[in-house]
Design a protein around this ligand. Structure first.
Ligand code: NAP
Length: 356
């Protein structure tokens, strides 16, 4: 049994991890950290866990995490993990860590200053960490000690655009993404704009031009383009919107086709996507007659993708849908944990989406 701890266990991403982990046969949850709820049973914070045999929430003790965990998930806000990860590793060099937050994601430490507004104090962690987009980096993840679990918008956006940039089909500086997210994407502790009367029956954009996920998406799509031999950096316009859903992210993206000297059709491009994601069971390439929707992936680890060639404008239209708390957070983290312990990546993740 893998002994697993969660820091940030009382938040939405941490709570979703508990939900998935209790259905995973190879795991023993040993430590659940929540500073606010230390000492309380989990069911007092998440009533759905009445009757489950889980440890009580406790304070953050790095020594205890080192002693009682083979793997630690960190589901805490940005900047909360890097200050003690090095201590944890020095106490237990064998421990594996998956950060669902953003402390291990960006390779250039200066980007933290620019986009997150703080100085990242442990840049060597960024050199070691592997970007945990399971479908693209399974082998590296299998050998990793530190995994940066991708953000929710980046997961949906990168999976949608990866084949296009890998094969150099689009102009790298022409990508435009509009993304919609349900309210759980903002976490459990949020401000006034997220209260029911303010976000129900309402839709609004936020994070205009400066959303923190932009450098992450650009970093990763640029890396994928380079693998394909295309040196141009990806430069992205990205606008997220808050919509009155509990869960779900829907990405609608566009880019200009490069002049390849051949005419592309939707059916042919769909086949390119199918072959790119062949064998990746959590990425479903929908046939041209279907359109991704959040309800079709709710509660599951799927990312549904659909692509169209717009011959009239010379642009591609690509859409993707995920559950932000599953493929966008806890589900992908579990996929990564499975790979890091030599298990099939879908272990504990096979339940079908909820409908309705
Ligand atoms: N929600 C999503 O859809 C989603 C998707 C992908 C990634 N993420 C990322 O996952 C992380 C957690 O998000 P969330 O939505 O679960 O947020 P949340 O609901 O607000 O929960 C945050 C958790 O972190 C703990 N925490 C806060 N400050 C901490 C600190 N300094 N040190 C240790 N623990 C701390 C909180 O508990 P205590 O204060 O009681 O300790 C709480 O359990 C964030 O980095 C977020 O960006 C979220």
């Amino acid at each position: 049994m893998i002994r697993v701890g969660i820091v940030g266990a009382s938040g939405y991403a941490g709570g979703e991890l508990i939900r998935l982990l209790v259905g995973h046969e190879g795991v023993n949850i040993t430590v659940l950290v929540s500073r606010t709820h230390a000492g309380k049973p989990v069911a007092q914070v998440y009533p759905g866990y009445y009757g489950y045999d889980l440890p009580h929430f406790q304070e953050l003790s790095v020594a205890e995490l080192a002693d009682r965990c083979d793997l630690l998930f960190v589901a805490a806000p940005s900047g909360a993990a890097w200050p003690w990860i090095e201590d944890l590793i020095s106490m237990n060099p064998e421990i594996k860590i998956i950060d669902i937050g953003s402390d291990l994601r960006l390779k250039d430490p200066l980007l933290y200053q620019e986009w997150y507004g703080y100085v990242h104090g442990a840049p060597e962690l960024l050199c070691e960490s592997v970007y945990g987009l399971t479908e693209l980096y399974a082998e590296d993840i299998s050998n990793a000690r530190l995994v940066a679990n991708p953000g929710c918008y980046p997961t949906a956006t990168i999976l949608a655009f990866a084949p296009l940039v890998r094969f150099g089909v689009v102009r790298m500086n022409s990508i435009i993404v509009n993304a919609l997210s349900g309210v759980s994407g903002a976490g459990r502790t949020v401000g006034q704009g997220y209260h029911f009367p303010e976000c129900n029956e309402n839709m609004r954009a936020y994070g205009l031009l400066r959303h923190r996920h932009i450098p992450e998406i650009e970093q990763e799509l640029t890396a994928i383009a380079r693998i394909g031999g295309h040196d141009e950096a990806v430069n992205l316009s990205f606008t997220p919107h808050l919509v009155p859903l509990n869960r779900g992210i829907l990405v609608t993206g566009y880019a200009d086709f490069r002049d390849l000297g051949v005419s592309l059709e939707t059916s042919g491009l769909t086949e390119v996507y199918e072959s790119f994601y062949e064998g990746k069971k959590f990425v479903r390439i929908l046939p041209p007659a279907e359109i991704p929707q959040t309800k079709a992936v709710a509660g599951s680890n799927y990312c549904d993708i659909s692509v169209r060639v717009d011959e009239r404008t010379g642009r591609v239209l690509v859409m993707s849908a995920i559950d932000n708390l599953v493929k966008g957070a806890a589900g992908q983290a579990l996929q990564n944990m499975n790979l890091m312990f030599g298990e099939p990546d879908d272990k504990g993740l096979t339940s079908a989406p909820l409908w309705p």
